[in-house]
Design a protein around this ligand. Sequence first.
Ligand SMILES: [Zn+2]
Length: 594
Amino acid sequence: MAHSMTCFSKRFLWSAVYPEPRRAALLLLFFFLSLPAGAQTTAAKPSKSEGKPKLVVLLVVDQMRADYVDKFLFQWTGGLKRLVEEGAWFRDAAYPYAATETCVGHSTISTGAFPPTHGMVANAWWDRKEQKMVTCTSDLDPNVKNIGYAGATPGGADTAWRMTVPSFAEELKFQTGGVTRIVTFSLKARASLTMAGHKADAATWFEGGNWVTSSPYGVQPFIEEQAKAHPPKADFGKTWALSLPEKSYWYSEKALGAVPPDGWDLTFPHPLRGKTGTGEPDPAFYSQWATSPYADTALTELAEKAVDALHLGNGSGTDFLAVGYSTVDYVGHAFGPRSREIQDILIRLDKDLADLFAHLDKNVGRGNYVVALSADHGVVPVPEDMQTTGADAGVLHLPELQERIEKALEPFNFPKPAIARITGSDIYFAQGVYEKMQHDHAAMLAVIDASLAQPGVAAVYRADELMNRPATQSPTLRAFALSYFPGRSGDLFIVPKPYWLMDSTPAGKSRSYGTGHGTPYNYDQHVPVLFMGYGIQPGEYFQSITPADIAPTLAALCGITLAPRDGHVLAEALKKRMSGATTEKAALGRSTSQ
Ligand SMILES: [Zn+2]
């Protein structure tokens, strides 16, 4: 009697949730579940994640070039190796746009859209209304405030409000009635916040030595506990030494043209002792820490604590956990892609990911969660290093370019200075200047000619060439069009030559970093895309895809719909329901509802 009462209440609940054909399938399923224990195939309790992953894990390795997998897979033994061997490996994934920067890449992965749709055109851009640079996460709302863990008092206010479409995670939560828990971690606000979305249960990043969030996002006791138990400063005095014997490394002891963080030289081991090597943690220590494997491990520990504290993957829906591993980016900027440091940091990340996956196997169950790993962009070799090949490579000095343009406009009686800001490829003119240039053919020509005369400049595009994604045979013009968002992007766009690094360092000063990214070339655009776990058909896939395909693919696995049409479902890497990917009851549901 009690049994049939339970039966009735479940049916009642289901009728509110499921449409008629699905309900019939579920009732039939219930018939099977009511059979004596021995006759049942699986003891399932109905939940919103039935036939779906219990947990979606998104991992974004900042600045991880796709070819790092090809080059170093042979020496990995942990999580990166497992992703390749047990997962679906997309070997020709690349961003099709020019703005290969952190905020842009994370937003693209998170939303399944390109910058003309999601609006995150750069890490920071010139705000024409505010007449100042704004970061992609800076929030002008006076009610929004950043919040520090473990007594930290950060300034500023950061959210994902400038992202014009919802993230996959917030769509998942919204469309499944709020049961999804959304938790993200990164060293960078622009990674953590864009992966989370406009609100989340927790979106945490690292600032001034502390873990930080902001007021629209949840503050979690387990993060407070971890921030106190193992703060970054507890790693003071540790050393980053090579993991393998020296002969295992491909590149020379000192990376050519590298600019290491303060307090480090060009050779291993790298001690985490700040600028002077003694005393208390200082800002130099924190940038050493962020550039060391200890930061990746700290993020991994936070992710594992989140799984424990919130029982992620054991709730009534599909949960979402994302980690933006930032350290490869800091290491790459300092030492370049051809360095022992890059090779070693990946060996260490491989170990961290092994730990993370083991933790998920234990607490969520192998096969119950799905992992997607990608990168927000790649990186160009250090120009001085590339020059040793004899190929054309160099540094495109943006302050020098700015001077040339100002000088070119002198004969035309424009207001001075004519340029408000050059940031990356984007040139922003002072108010009214570009509009005037559009009606002054000679002035426009003079500016473009002056720009083309700057060493390292391949082409110059005008904003009006890029609007509305014009049909074009030029991959470069297309890449700039796919980066363009009216009002936020610049007026003119500098296309650098391949292997030329755009640099804002004032003339006469030396660069504070080794190399960078942010161009429409494959070394910046080509990134890994790997899936593993629930619903994934393992294998190597060679078709050209983009990281905007990640969110629609996860959406397909979770049965939700995203608005943007920029990305596509990677159907070939998804197990089909009848191919044994799911349990008998799912197959049953399918056959009876047709
Ligand atoms: Zn990045």
